[in-house]
Design a protein around this ligand. Structure first.
Ligand code: BG6
Ligand code: MG
Length: 223
């Protein structure tokens, strides 16, 4: 692991780290999965975290043994339907969806001169950041439509450092998904995971929730 003093930038996941939007993604997918006759389980919900829209749909179809049941055109329609469900849920989102301690953490990072980028797989991330008035904190964002491979591939977090003009070892990546932690580790950055330690055990540092995400706690964990 890098030393705390080496760190110059933070690369953030969005859904489930900054905003409580993972629940909306899960709800929107569940609606579609049940319509297609696929049983929704907690394991399936966890496997979808951090995964792109089309890859999520493939995982859902596979879970229901329906991977060969639909044409590409039908899959596109399903993915659009899920996104419509999701956008409807977002309409009800206000500042209370900012996860505990995140506003304070972002303010503290800015005050201490750290550079911040966003490495979210979501095409809706600009909308979510704007709606929560958090866009001002981020100097750069990786556009997920430009990626060859999604999480767990390292590409998105590697690009998250590049867009800040930083080396991987100068960056901390923050994630709530197993696929995201794998991406951060593969990129050679320090991984901070938020959530269940049994699922996220590959991370360098694990906090149970976002309220623990402070510079002081990170410094202590890196000592
Ligand atoms: C990730 C979420 O951030 O973005 C996933 O964790 C989601 O649940 C993925 O599927 C893609 O999001 P979108 O908004 O482009 O469908
Ligand atoms: Mg996430």
């Amino acid at each position: 692991m890098a030393t705390f003093e080496q760190i110059k930038g933070f690369i953030f996941d969005l859904d489930g780290v900054i905003a409580d939007t993972s629940v909306y993604h899960a709800q929107a997918w569940r609606q579609l999965a049940e319509k297609l006759g696929v049983t929704w389980t907690d394991d399936l919900a966890d496997a979808l975290k951090g995964v792109s829209r089309m890859d999520s749909l493939e995982l859902i179809l596979k879970a229901g043994g329906k991977e060969a049941a639909y044409t590409q055109a039908e899959k596109e329609v399903f993915a659009t339907e899920k996104n419509t469900n999701y956008l409807n849920l977002l309409k009800g989102m206000d500042h209370s969806a900012i996860l505990p301690g995140i506003a304070e953490f972002l303010t503290d990072l800015k005050a201490n001169g750290y550079r911040l980028s966003l490495a979210s797989a979501s095409k809706n991330s600009p909308l979510v950041l704007e709606q929560l008035d958090l866009a001002q904190y981020f100097q750069a964002r990786v556009d997920p439509t430009t990626l060859k491979k999604g999480k767990p591939d390292p590409e998105i977090f590697a690009r998250g450092a590049e867009v800040l003009g930083l080396k991987p070892e100068e960056c901390i990546g923050v994630e709530d998904a197993k696929a995201g932690v794998a991406s951060i580790n593969g990129a050679g950055e320090t991984s901070v995971a938020i959530g269940d330690a049994t699922i996220l055990k590959a991370a360098d540092i694990i906090f149970a929730d976002t309220a623990q995400l402070t510079l002081a706690n990170i410094k202590k964990a890196m000592a």
